[in-house]
Design a protein around this ligand. Structure first.
Ligand SMILES: Cc1cc2nc3c(=O)[nH]c(=O)nc-3n(C[C@H](O)[C@H](O)[C@H](O)COP(=O)(O)OP(=O)(O)OC[C@H]3O[C@@H](n4cnc5c(N)ncnc54)[C@H](O)[C@@H]3O)c2cc1C
Length: 509
């Protein structure tokens, strides 16, 4: 019996009535992170995780369902938009980078405490690179470099236009291009590739060792608040059909694409007006040794016109279960499901009187996006490979297989009489702090720690003073603007690099 199915069987029996302090819906990176934080802060609180599938991290947090980029805004051009005057707005990049510093510290702390195992099982150093061609985009990349170069969070970033140097660093992307084509890179050695599935499993295993209860194959069906503010949550065993009534003091809906439905069912007013727009995706992947040896970087290009920001093409070195591979994509598409293992009726079931206007408004304003998605869905394998070859002309497309990525549900938020389609993540919580959930996808798993700290701050304000020393122990830069404390930043970066085995010496070992 595999380790995973043993885990599922071990947790099969659940009584028909039970109580818990903290109920986490879903066994993805968000619930795993929140469970780990809470166990650290309140070791005596009971924690129960209910996951509808038979093992953890099978949806977006699974290693092949996302791109595994440790998003810290080193290479993603959608985080550094160009202003009309040609200058570059780096404010979003700074926020995301600071959030990622918290993740690095939390994971490094987890390694020192034995919560996480050998860091090489979930994080590896891989340069992060922005890549453009043509004079106009090269000018933008130069302006981006100039805006970031003096910032301590982006220390070491380089701007490279020399064709020989580009050929040395990115041979598969350089060969086969016209000699007179202008190419430009922003290169950062401090990037990472992360197996968020392995990270999720390790966090949950540790939670279980510390007394948390993991219940796989259990679907959370409904949530209702009681007069004493606790929640009655109905959970169904998908194998036996048995229903369990759980009384919980606090509920976190970490159900990924399933979060919108559950928050709607909870009836909290804060979810009114929210809707979801599902976007499916595919990647091309190869483990061919020659291709893998020819490319060591995560290289992000520019999104094509009309394409949503999450469709930016990128060619990535991936390390999953110790095996390196290359992945290209994502190719966006449309499916009405909200989870990979969801239902065709998911989108229809999310439509409510309170979000109808938001959905219709976004529908009317998103014609270019819809047209783009339709075009993407209709692409043949050859057309997809053509996209790869435009990015890396000398790569052999035959080496690549097409895999289905995770399902994203982009958040639609009410905006007056209409709605806005958002591409980030947001947390929604009830005013009394007894329930919270996470909507949206990007930057997602990389910033799970900041997102879950935000949940704690919003839902448990009266506990924060007592928790601060433990929070600082787990994340020494908690509450500090690292741009203003560069000594702390470089100390923490050195410490987390060493602990997470991200130094050049460690990576060669
Ligand atoms: C194509 C793609 C590429 C991405 N690339 C990156 C990247 O490079 N870097 C990055 O940081 N992030 C990336 N992301 C985002 C990242 O994967 C997600 O933000 C993150 O994994 C979400 O974690 P989660 O725990 O909220 O959800 P999930 O991992 O989806 O977990 C939710 C869990 O809840 C369970 N569930 C749902 N409904 C119920 C219910 N009713 N009862 C019980 N269980 C339920 C599901 O089965 C699932 O296991 C990407 C996402 C996609 C789709």
């Amino acid at each position: 019996m595999s380790e995973r199915s043993a885990l599922a069987v071990r947790n099969r029996h659940v009584p028909s009535v039970m109580t818990t302090d903290v109920l986490l819906v879903g066994a993805g990176i968000m619930s795993a992170t929140l469970g780990s934080l809470v166990k650290n802060l309140e070791p005596d609180w009971s924690i129960d995780v209910f996951e509808r599938l038979d093992s953890p991290a099978q949806e977006s947090s699974g290693p092949w369902n996302n791109a595994g980029t440790g998003h810290s805004a080193l290479c993603e051009l959608n985080y550094t938009p160009q202003r009309p005057d040609g200058s570059v707005d780096v404010s979003k990049a700074i926020t995301i980078n600071q959030q990622f510093q918290l993740s690095r510290q939390f994971w490094a702390h987890g390694v020192t405490q034995g919560v996480l195992g050998d860091p090489r099982t979930f994080i590896n150093a891989v340069p992060h690179v922005s890549f453009v061609h043509g004079e106009a985009d090269a000018a933008y990349l130069k302006a981006r470099y100039e805006a970031l170069a003096g910032n301590p969070l982006f220390e070491g970033i380089q701007y490279i236009t020399d064709r020989d140097e580009i050929a040395r660093r990115l041979p598969l992307m350089s060969a086969g291009r016209p000699d007179d084509e202008t190419l430009a890179l922003n290169w950062s050695d401090g990037g990472t590739d992360i197996d968020f599935g392995a990270l999720t499993r390790q966090l949950l295993d540790s939670l279980e060792r510390q007394g948390g209860n993991l219940h796989y194959g259990h679907d959370v069906r409904s949530l209702k608040q009681n007069s004493d503010s606790t929640w009655t949550v109905i959970v169904k065993d998908r194998q036996t059909g048995q229903k369990t009534r759980v009384n919980a003091r606090f509920v976190f809906v970490g159900a990924g694409g399933g979060a919108l439905h559950l928050l709607q069912k909870s009836g909290i007013p804060e979810i009114r007006g929210f809707g979801g727009f599902p976007v499916s995706g595919q990647f091309l992947r190869t483990t061919n040794a020659q291709a893998v040896a020819g490319h060591h970087a995560k290289v992000y290009g520019k999104a094509s016109v009309g394409a949503p920001p999450m469709s930016v093409p990128h060619l990535d070195t991936r390390v999953v279960d110790g095996t390196p591979s290359l992945m290209f994509g994502p190719y966006a598409g449309f499916s009405p499901r909200f989870l990979k293992a969801g239902h065709l009726t998911d989108l229809a079931r999310s439509v409510r009187p309170d979000n109808l206007m938001s959905l219709m408004g976004v529908g009317l304003n998103s014609m270019p996006l819809t047209a783009y998605l339709v075009k993407e869905v209709l692409k043949t394998r050859n057309q997809r490979v053509k996209g790869l070859l435009e990015f890396a002309p000398s790569i052999d497309g035959d080496d690549f297989e097409l895999i289905t990525a995770g399902q994203r549900v982009q958040t639609i938020r009410r905006n007056g009489m209409s709605g806005t389609l958002e591409f980030g993540t947001c947390t929604v919580s009830h005013a009394d702090g007894t329930i919270a959930g996470l909507l949206g996808a990007s930057p997602g798993a990389s910033t799970a720690v900041a997102a879950m700290v935000d949940v704690l701050e919003t839902c448990f304000p009266s506990r924060l003073d007592a928790w601060r020393p433990r929070l600082l122990d787990m994340m020494p830069s908690y509450g500090t603007d690292l741009m203003k404390d560069t000594t702390l930043l470089s100390d923490l970066r050195r410490w987390s690099d060493k602990t997470l085995r991200l130094t050049p010496e460690d990576q060669l070992a």
